[in-house]
Ligand binder design. Structure first.
Ligand SMILES: NC(=O)c1ccc[n+]([C@@H]2O[C@H](COP(=O)([O-])OP(=O)(O)OC[C@H]3O[C@@H](n4cnc5c(N)ncnc54)[C@H](O)[C@@H]3O)[C@@H](O)[C@H]2O)c1
Length: 191
């Protein structure tokens, strides 16, 4: 029996890598999957792949770091589906450099996507979640242990764990469960 029939699942960065595998997995379990990604070509390809398999998916082009885009996509999804059940904050980038060499631009790009993006998507979409809603944030083992050359990335992945603990307390009262996952290294285009 399929486990997510009738559920609306948003997966940021869902067009490739871990996010795409999750998108396919949820869709195969019966979910309506909204793929929020800023890569137009990969997003369209992902939607096509789902539809060709007879699954339910919708690519929405969203830069998670842009509040106007996030809010517009959340409203469009609410209009189409009436609610959101699961948010997987998966979109993430790296801009690695040692502390000595890291530029403020590299620092800021990673903060904008990996930290502000998670904040914006969660703020926008939990408005449309009721009892039983789920938020899953993607941290990393390096957020727990640190890693050479990743001051910016590690700051965001440790920050995501902190935000998860805050939202578990705040949103738990509304019946929304918030968790983080901290994957080890997985062979995707990111690494
Ligand atoms: N691959 C690993 O070893 C590993 C380990 C631990 C954690 N993670 C985390 O898992 C998540 C997915 O990683 P991955 O390896 O699949 O990466 P990936 O680079 O293969 O895929 C990332 C996806 O996010 C999208 N994206 C990037 N910036 C975006 C933005 N601003 N708005 C919308 N979409 C955006 C990209 O277009 C892409 O589709 C990331 O948060 C990453 O930090 C990865």
């Amino acid at each position: 029996m399929k486990r997510f029939v009738g559920k609306v699942v948003v997966i940021t960065g869902g067009a490739q890598g871990i996010g795409w595998t999750a998108s396919l997995g949820f869709a195969r379990e019966g979910a309506f999957v909204a793929i929020w990604d800023y890569d137009q070509a990969k997003g369209e390809e992902a939607q096509r792949a789902l539809v060709e398999e007879g699954l339910e998916g919708w690519f929405q082009r969203v830069n998670v770091a842009d509040q106007a885009q996030v809010d517009a996509a959340a409203s469009a999804l609410q209009q189409r589906c009436g609610r959101v059940d699961v948010l997987i904050n998966n979109a993430g980038i790296t801009r690695d450099a040692s502390l000595k060499k890291m530029t403020v631009a590299q620092w800021q790009q990673v903060i904008d996507v990996n930290l502000t993006g998670v904040f914006l998507c969660t703020q926008a979409l939990t408005n449309f979640m009721g009892q039983g809603g789920r938020v899953i944030n993607t941290s990393s083992v390096v957020g727990l242990y640190g890693n050479y050359g990743q001051t910016n990335y590690v700051a965001t992945k440790a920050g995501v764990i902190g935000m998860t603990k805050v939202w578990a307390r705040e949103l738990g009262r509304k019946g929304i469960t918030v968790n983080a996952v901290a994957p080890g290294f997985i062979a995707t285009e990111m690494i």
